[in-house]
Design a binder for this molecule. Structure first.
Ligand SMILES: [Mg+2]
Length: 374
């Protein structure tokens, strides 16, 4: 690829309307606050990217507001004006004496991968070494009002073609609910559970009761940064543990493998600081026989483009959280919107770069904050 030099990054916050409002503890959310970035190369080429940090620090310590500060104060100054021979070199540049803020770093770092693919005249998926032409899609279902409601939602998702149904669980809404789902949906249904840190080792017997249900995996049952207790739990379970929140870097993935804290990794590029670490974790897992899949962070169609490219790598052997645009958004910010056919999302391979056309007029109309960094 030709080297690049970014001379400007435009940050925007948009408010993207959700198809169905969802209830969280603090009220009903009608729209998602999303940070989009537009990177401008000195050659005139531009690329869009997305920072996945949410509104509240309830997944990691980052939020859209901390990420905005981190990008404008510390990330962008290290990248703007720099002669970049390859985007793979940026991870080190961004880690030097600069702790955490991985989602902020990833927003810029991934944009540089997208820009590099554009400049190289290659689809992003191929630029990073992806081999798939289609990605198997999974759906993630929030905690439902009753086992009957869960069965209905999960059954509808399977009928729609989804290759994996991920069911959020918490103590009291777990074994009986999943048992009912398994009984209703049959032994062939690809089901998994995601506990989002809701359990402790005191719940080992309850979690071991899930073994009979033949789940693909249980995701992150224990604390968000734990490895040692997950190793103890995995020794008591037949069901594979998949780690999400804990795996923040290649080092943590190596720790998971060494300690046997889990047998599967959910890779989210934003959580690990971008594509360079995602690729390194992918390669490590491939060499160690650890399957990976691509998680979702309620991205717009721009963030989804990066997820689809990442999930085209060979060791992404399990269906990812890559739902079509219409699952979440009244209208997405890309043309065409992401769609699914027979549970598969097509990797865009016809055009260089991230593979979707960005609807700039729509984005302009829902932008509530903007800052140009140069
Ligand atoms: Mg998760």
């Amino acid at each position: 690829m030709p080297s690049m030099r970014i001379d400007r990054i435009t940050l925007r916050e948009i408010r993207l309307a959700l198809k169905e409002p969802f209830r969280i503890s603090s009220g009903v959310v009608q729209e998602r606050r999303i940070m989009l970035l537009e990177l401008h190369d000195a050659s005139g080429a531009t690329t869009w990217s997305e920072c996945v940090a949410g509104e509240l620090p309830n997944y990691s310590s980052e939020t859209i507001d901390t990420a905005w500060l981190a990008i404008s104060q510390w990330v962008a100054p290290r990248v703007i004006g720099r002669e970049i021979a390859h985007p793979g070199e940026l991870h080190e540049v961004l880690e030097r004496d600069f702790r955490e803020h991985r989602m902020a770093k990833a927003g810029v770092e991934m944009g540089c991968w997208g820009l590099a693919a554009t400049l190289a005249g290659q689809p992003l998926a191929r630029f990073i070494g992806g081999t798939r032409t289609q990605i198997a899609a999974g759906i993630s279902l929030g905690i439902q009002a009753s086992p009957a409601a869960l069965i209905e939602k999960a059954g509808a998702a399977l009928a729609e073609g989804y290759r994996k149904v991920k069911i959020k669980i918490e103590p009291g809404k777990d074994v009986e609910w999943l048992r009912a789902a398994r009984a209703a949906l049959g032994s062939d249904a690809h089901l998994m559970a995601d506990a989002n840190n809701a359990y402790t080792l005191d719940d080992t017997d309850r979690l071991a009761a899930l073994d009979e249900l033949d789940l693909m995996m249980i995701e992150q049952p224990l604390a968000h940064d734990d490895l040692v207790r997950h190793a103890a739990l995995q020794r008591s379970l037949r069901t594979p543990i998949c780690l999400d929140e804990t795996i923040t870097s290649l080092d943590r993935a190596q720790d998971m493998i060494a300690l046997k804290s889990g047998r599967i990794i959910n890779i989210k590029a934003g959580r690990v600081g971008g594509f360079a670490q995602s690729l390194a974790i992918h390669d490590l897992c491939e060499s160690q026989g650890i399957p990976v899949w691509c998680g979702g962070m309620l991205e717009s169609g721009i963030g989804r483009a990066y997820n689809v490219a990442l999930a085209s790598l060979p060791n992404f052997t399990l269906p990812g959280d890559v739902s079509p645009s219409a699952r979440y958004w009244a209208r997405d910010v890309v043309n065409p919107e992401w769609t699914m056919k027979n549970g598969m999302v097509t990797v865009p391979l016809d055009v260089p770069g991230i593979g979707v056309e960005v609807d700039t007029a729509m984005i302009e109309s829902i932008t509530v904050r903007r800052e140009v960094l140069a």
